[in-house]
Unconditional design. Structure first.
Length: 255
């Protein structure tokens, strides 16, 4: 049984029996690995800290050809994400990015996801980070549309456009169809040029980032045949919070 040492991102963990876990890891060269962490649920277990979500670890794995699950022997924590772990909103954004990384197969996605999680942990606006990550993932798979000009007539899209998600094409207002997702001129510029430097500046308009994120999520969901559970939970939770704020305002007005 070959022994392999690799850096890895812990993306998920679920119980196995009374004391163990099955962990999902994303690695730089081996892609996605699922492994058994024996005894990781016991109090003060040596693998407990290294199997928490969104930690970067140095993993020692026993691998055997033909087996679905490897065996995680050691997990030394290289870095953790306390802010993500303590903030439900950031945790759900991280969950969305992890779902996409897994659906994309993990090929070449390790460093991109690691960077995105570091940006979230560093306090960068999570929707901008999500656009940065989703665009990078789709580009790596050759699934990113051309936002330079209309796919039908070749006209520049300086005034905005619309994205036909199943076709993977972008159209001007004259050639868009009813099912396509609209994008303002700002949204188009954002999707054309977003990079780590732009994300770090964090000066994008909130409405523009929102429409760009909607397009990115739709493209990822379609191409990877994915229903993003974390995104659904996030949308539901934020809706409830908005209702709670409105109710409190109404009650305060009555007083």
């Amino acid at each position: 049984m070959p022994l392999v040492k690799t850096e890895a991102l812990v993306l998920a963990a679920r119980p196995l029996g009374d004391t163990s876990k099955i962990v999902t890891l994303l690695t730089p060269e081996l892609g996605v690995i699922r492994a058994v962490a024996k005894g990781a649920r016991r109090p003060k277990a040596r693998l407990a800290g290294g199997t928490a979500a969104y930690r970067v670890i140095e993993a020692l794995l026993y691998r055997k050809e033909g087996r679905e699950l490897d065996l995680l022997s050691e997990a030394h924590v290289l870095s953790s994400s306390p802010r993500i772990g303590s903030d439900w909103r950031l945790f759900l954004f991280a969950g969305t990015l992890s779902e996409v990384a897994l659906a994309a197969g993990g090929e070449g996605g390790y460093h991109l996801l690691k960077t995105a999680l570091e940006l979230l942990e560093g306090g960068i606006e999570p929707r901008s980070v999500s656009v940065f990550f989703l665009k990078g993932t789709l580009e790596a798979q050759g699934l990113w549309p051309d936002f330079d000009c209309c796919s039908a007539c070749g006209a520049p899209l300086s005034g905005g456009g619309a994205v036909d998600v199943p076709a993977g094409r972008v159209f001007c207002g004259r050639h868009r169809n009813k099912a396509s997702l609209p994008l303002s001129a700002g949204g188009l510029r954002l999707l054309e040029g977003i990079e780590r430097r732009a994300v770090l500046k964090g000066r994008q308009d909130g409405r523009v980032v929102g429409e760009a994120l909607k397009v990115c999520l739709a493209l990822a969901g379609y191409h990877f045949d994915l229903r993003l559970r974390s995104t659904e939970l996030l949308a539901g939770a934020e809706h409830l919070l908005k209702r709670e704020v409105l109710v409190k305002k109404a009650e305060g007005g009555k007083g």
